[in-house]
Design a binder for this molecule. Structure first.
Ligand code: GTP
Length: 327
């Protein structure tokens, strides 16, 4: 075989090898492109936003297409995206968002990070924005934070509605016993802390059993509802009020001495006495007995205040009902 023939044979082999390598590279490229398209479709279809932020350069590196949908704004130029992001955060939550972003550098991950944003159309939305931080580079400097933000507004609304429902009395829509005493406990702590006065009132409908027995439970329920409405409108803004038993209600007057609470109890007595209920062709009137007490230095807890108000209220019953007894 001549030298020329050997040379052209080697060239053909090399060309063949290079052609195979090229086809392999092209197939690899097609697979990468297909995978990129798949990721693109996945990111565009999930109702969440993936993001990456370079803590070192203070620049957003990546925002998935969810940004436009969740924030209701165009993605804009990447370098400004963090500023854009913060501008959309509710002003009261901005410090928290920045602070927790820095915190993730120490903790490695923040699983619960919830705050409010204002969308492009002005709507207020709640975000759950978990974030994670990778290990530092070899030079120990570059820090990339990645995050997953989801719109959780509906969940937050549901939670607060459940909370509201768990704290109100289903019939009168006033605070239920548990919620009333929780709030009263907080007020008592504040009164102790700041040395301010506080008054506590128990109010019980007189002969309510007779109303039920004579006119039926429906009329009884109506009495409870209207009495509660009447108390809420008669009391002042900062006062607490709740239904703590069948026909028993309680009120707490923060920063109010016993003498200052008395005119309020008297006003309640008059407003309730003026209520009229249509029952069996006549107008039914109701009265209430009230026990009113003020916080005293010896009162160890809310229980002590409650016990004295209860004793005062039963004294009012024994004295003939339709009256206020102070203790
Ligand atoms: N309609 C109605 N009645 C209720 C409700 N909860 C409790 N009651 C009734 O309230 C009545 C309370 O009766 P008592 O404890 O004997 O008190 P009272 O008749 O008001 O008598 P005094 O308190 O001594 O004036 C009972 O008949 C209970 O059935 C309610 O949600 N709706």
């Amino acid at each position: 075989m001549s030298r020329e023939e050997v040379g052209s044979g080697q060239l053909a082999v090399r060309l063949g090898e290079e052609g195979a390598a090229l086809r392999q590279a092209q197939a690899g490229l097609r697979r990468l492109q297909a995978r990129e398209q798949l990721f693109g479709r996945l990111l565009a279809s999930v109702n969440a936003l993936l993001w990456a932020y370079d803590w070192q350069t203070r620049q957003m590196l990546y925002l998935s297409p969810g940004y436009e949908r969740i924030f209701g704004r165009p993605a804009g130029a990447l370098p400004d995206a963090l500023a854009d992001w913060l501008a959309c955060v509710h002003p009261d939550d901005r410090d928290y968002v920045l602070g927790s972003l820095g915190e993730v550098l120490d903790k490695g991950a923040i699983e619960r990070r919830e705050y409010r944003i204002v969308r492009g159309d002005g709507q207020l939305r709640w975000l759950s924005d978990k974030c994670y931080c990778g290990d530092p580079d070899e030079d120990g400097r570059a820090r990339i934070i990645v995050g997953l933000a989801e719109d959780i507004t509906e969940r937050r609304q549901l939670e607060s509605e459940l909370q509201r429902l768990a704290s109100i009395d289903g019939l009168t829509h006033s605070s239920n016993r548990r919620h009333f005493f929780e709030c009263a406990q907080r007020e008592l702590q504040l009164a102790r802390q700041y040395g301010t006065p506080l008054a506590f009132l128990l109010l019980d409908i007189d002969n309510f059993k007779r109303i039920n027995d004579t006119h039926g439970h429906q009329v009884g329920d109506q009495v409870l509802q209207r009495l509660a409405d009447c108390c809420v409108t008669t009391l002042r803004g900062g006062d607490l009020f709740g239904r703590i038993g069948g026909e028993e209600f309680a009120a707490l007057f923060p920063r109010c001495r016993l003498e200052q609470a008395l005119p309020i109890a008297e006003r309640l007595q008059r407003s309730i006495g003026a209520l009229g209920f249509a029952a069996g062709g006549e107008t039914l009137r109701i009265t209430v007995s009230q026990g009113l007490v003020g916080l005293e230095p010896d009162d160890a807890d809310l229980g002590a205040l409650y016990a004295r108000a209860d004793a005062a209220m039963y004294q009012a019953k024994r004295q003939g009902r339709n009256r206020i007894v102070r203790l």
